[in-house]
Design a protein around this ligand. Sequence first.
Ligand SMILES: [Ca+2]
Ligand SMILES: [Ca+2]
Ligand SMILES: [Ca+2]
Length: 238
Amino acid sequence: MELNSRVILLLVVLLHCGPADGSILYRVQEEQPPNTLIGSLAADQGLPDSGHLYKLEVGAPYLRVDGNTGDIFTTEIPIDRETLRDCRSPVKSKPCYLEFEVSVTDLLQNQSPRLIEGRIEVQDINDNTPQFPLSVLTISVPENTVMGALFSIPVATDRDSERNGVADYALTAGPDAATLFGLQVADDRGGKLPQLIVLGNLDRELKDSYDLTIKAVDGGNPQRYSQALLRVVVTGRQ
Ligand SMILES: [Ca+2]
Ligand SMILES: [Ca+2]
Ligand SMILES: [Ca+2]
């Protein structure tokens, strides 16, 4: 067999195999409006589009199926990736699936219905904003702290996955604090850890509290962000 023919044959075999477990796989972005078409069972799977009744057995209330064509649509209940039971995996990068089952009944012949199973991969959109645990974050720093010392800043959380999650932090300081404090963002197993760096000598008698602004941004497009007040309280020597 010619190499080209072999490649074509392999491609044809692969295309007909579909997903590894043999079931049907569709993809849809979360939070689509009602009546968004997800897939057409009859057209996509070579199933009859007349004389048969398609009925959704598993997948309510998020899915609706057209009785004649087996077209699968979204409903008034949005598919929210962040609240689906099967999507709340601690491993946020794991794909998230919504299972469905549709029965097909031949209206002319008295046979038991055929059951079609499949999965819909629910893809993440950037619909959540990074949030700090509190609107005012307080960090205590002893006045004899050496330059270069690091203090952990509470992390922000974002319910979206991967690049739609928290991507970076930024610190804004007024003129009195800009020479004393800086920000370092460390990588921690795929996450980001914000840390305050002490850049100068602190004197509690001179000034015992500094108000900075910390901002958390995600990596989505468009980007979402929120900020909190970061209050640095200078304490006595330790
Ligand atoms: Ca959502
Ligand atoms: Ca987000
Ligand atoms: Ca999302």
